[in-house]
Write a protein of this length. Sequence first.
Length: 425
Amino acid sequence: MLDIRRIRDDLDEVRAGLALKGADPAVLDRVLELDKARRARLTEMEGLKGRRNAVSKDIGQLKRSGEDTTEVQASMRALGEEIAAMEVEGRANEEALHEALLAIPNTAHTSTPAGSDASSNVLVREHGDIPTFDFKPKGHVALAEDLALVDFARGAKLSGAGFVLYTGTGARLQRALIQYMLDVHVTHHGYREVWPPSVVNRESMTGTGQLPKMAEDMYHVPSDDLYLIPTAEVPVTNIYRDEVIDEPLPLKLTAYTPCFRREAGAAGKDTRGLIRMHQFDKVEMVKFVDPATSYDELETLLADAEDILQRLELPYRVLQLCGGDLSFAAAKCYDIELWAPGQNDWLEVSSCSNFEDFQARRANIRHRADNGKPQHLHTINGSGVALPRLVVAILENGQRADGSIELPEAIVPYMGGLSRIERPS
RNA sequence: GGAGGGAUGGCUGAGCGGUUGAAAGCACCGGUCUUGAAAACCGGCGACGGGAGACCGUCCGGGGGUUCGAAUCCCUCUCCCUCCGCCA
């Protein structure tokens, strides 16, 4: 949520930030109008309330000294009704303004490249060598089926398209990667591990910005009005909703969760394989940081995500998203993409974003500023990293001519010593 | 699912119709003392909104009601605790 004061005081800057993102800055005019009306009525009502408070106090004194107050009380009753009517109106104004503000996306950081879609994203760096093969590299679907790592057909039988059943070594690989990534973040990057619920309430979904705008992308349980989380970002960020964090910043949390996405707008896209699924697993990093350092903290969070891929010796590249490709809540975002030889393409495995105080305002997460006053902090998060596409890259990059997979050295201990996945006999 | 009890500032916790926006303690900030720190003592210290400011208003889990006036009384919802039942 944008700060209404910022809209009042720095309208041009906010307008530019929204325009960069491809949002229509005209919504700001409506917000300012609502705000103006709201404040005018508020001042008027406060005057009346001040009078009521003063007279009511007098009535108490008069009664104590035994005087008759019937007449004053009658006139106050009329004033009370007037105030009640104004309160109803005031609440409606307040709500309209709040709704309008919730619907406005975050502004893009000034470093954001212009552009309306992914084609304008800017390459920041590439890391690692793209492997060459003296045979035609297979895609991960064929590899996973040949090696009995994933049962796509039975996954679909259980739950439909977009759900898979990992089997045997494939299932173990999921568990190993989850544990490996959590270990690296905790022991090498200084994150605190948490294990949150996979289902959250409406307030949590609103706090991080998924609601109200993206409702149709979420799985919803109507009987309890609960949502399946699309990312650990939602429960982890909301841990501190409506709180003043007293711990020193930055506060760094990491979590593994399953993620659920209806992918409503992507029907029919990437339906085969592990590229785009309704349920997938992900290790996430979330940081609560001082506003003064949030852009530095974004760089180190990005480095933490890259470190995972470097340790796994996988080729990747980092892109900075252009305005049009930025998500609703993000001010700045880097994507990390892994090279997948079987797809002959780059696959996004991580988005690292600075939300500035956008989420902190919605979720009312604060810390004590240097002057001792509570202040909205900045939130940052990033995947560290998403499992299915990581598995795709491990399979497709590690494949050998005989159809076996050479596993990255770093996860061998997590695989019980297994360094190569062979065709089952 | 049944029966009771509870929700007050960053935390603990008094108050149960009228100088209570809220006692007290903790935490925090400033000062005295000290070589320094601790202790002790003195002072300050809730949040949000409006206003250039003096200042004004709102907020005692959420919503509604009674009243001239509600943290305080009534209704309702949510969450927490205790006991019983059920249960991976």
